[in-house]
Design a protein around this ligand. Structure first.
Ligand code: UT7
Length: 307
């Protein structure tokens, strides 16, 4: 069996926080932030639930399916509204789903981990699964810490997946984790997010390249076969270094972090949405989706768009 992407949706808060605005309260500049990260501005506001509901509703509309036909909701978030309950049941309730619902936390790889989980659910009896990635990172940001505050943003993305009898859209998957690196990017209960940026950067490039190579090998494709790379949006320099090592020109990579910053498990669907809006998602063509994040965790998938 295979998995088909039926419909996508995204949601971001209205409030735009520019680099210039951050420079008013932090010892930073638009030039520094843009040169080191590629970020111009980010969205701030909402909650994991409210953004997840909006993105989920749009994905259901885009897929043109009845909420009651969804068999499972998997919601990726690293910033749940509460410790308990999980955010997923509340989102399911708002969307009118009558289905099991659970959160997945794999930090910035969360959307990819949720997709992989959904693939497993579809292989074992579910017909349709809603996957949501929703983040409220601003709540866990120390707005006085210039090393983190300039990087993060809020947002959500969602996709409806359906089981198919053919090969489907997801051709391969490669995931991994290494908990010995847990302290590189961390947030204690009641604390704020902290990162050893340089070390995460170094590891991220290596991890993305290795995991992408695994996924391409498993799908029996090469970098030349890909028309699009939809990477996690942490830093444009990470995307560019990884693409260069994979032999992929930056023109094939989707970059939206200039507008949204790093939205963790919402970043890949936000990038997909941008690519689709700009006519870059073409039936029959191949793409690589790849993410990495705290844990550390990582995940790559090769997909073929069927619609
Ligand atoms: O989503 C999951 C994972 N997240 C990531 O993948 C992020 C990975 N890391 C990064 O993207 C980069 O390491 C950062 C953007 C976080 C930092 O860039 P960098 O080029 O590694 O800078 P740095 O940490 O080496 O800092 C260079 C200098 C330091 O000053 P000194 O020690 O040279 O005097 C920092 O204190 O820049 C200073 N600095 C800033 N200056 C102005 C750090 N943050 C800022 C800032 N504005 N916001």
């Amino acid at each position: 069996m295979g998995v088909r992407f039926l419909g996508w949706g995204v949601a971001v808060p209205d409030r735009i926080v520019t680099n210039d605005e951050l420079s008013e309260t932090l010892d930073t500049t638009d030039e520094w932030i843009f040169e080191r990260t590629g970020i111009h501005e980010r969205r701030v506001g909402g909650t994991a639930k409210s953004l997840g509901v909006e993105a989920g509703r749009r994905a259901l509309q885009d897929a043109n399916v009845d909420p009651l036909s969804i068999d499972f909701l998997v919601l990726a978030t690293t910033t749940p509204d509460r410790l308990i309950p999980a955010t997923a049941p509340m989102v399911a309730n708002e969307l009118g789903l009558v289905a099991p619902a659970m959160d997945v936390n794999a930090a910035c790889s969360g959307f990819m981990y949720a997709l992989r989980t959904a693939q497993g659910l579809l292989a074992t009896g579910a017909t349709r699964v809603l996957v949501v990635g929703s983040e409220n990172l601003s709540r866990w940001t120390d707005w006085n810490d210039r090393t983190m505050a300039v990087l993060l943003g809020d947002g959500a993305g969602a996709v409806v997946l359906e089981k198919t009898d053919d090969e489907g859209d997801l051709l391969s998957f490669h995931l991994g984790s290494d908990g010995s690196l847990a302290d590189l990017l961390t947030c204690e209960h009641g604390g704020t997010i902290w990162m050893d940026g340089k070390e995460v950067f170094r590891r991220a490039v290596r991890i993305v390249v290795e995991s992408a190579e695994h996924a391409m090998k498993d799908a029996n494709v090469t970098a030349d076969d890909l028309s699009l790379v939809i990477p996690h949006q942490a830093n444009v320099r990470i995307i560019s270094a990884a693409c260069s090592r994979l032999g992929i020109e930056m023109e094939r990579a989707v970059v939206v972090l200039d507008r949204f910053g790093n939205t963790s498990s919402a970043s890949i669907p936000l990038a997909f949405d941008d690519a689709r809006t700009n006519g870059r998602v073409k039936p029959g063509e191949l793409a690589l989706m790849t993410g990495f994040g705290a844990g550390m965790t990582w995940a790559s998938a090769v997909v073929r768009w069927s619609r």
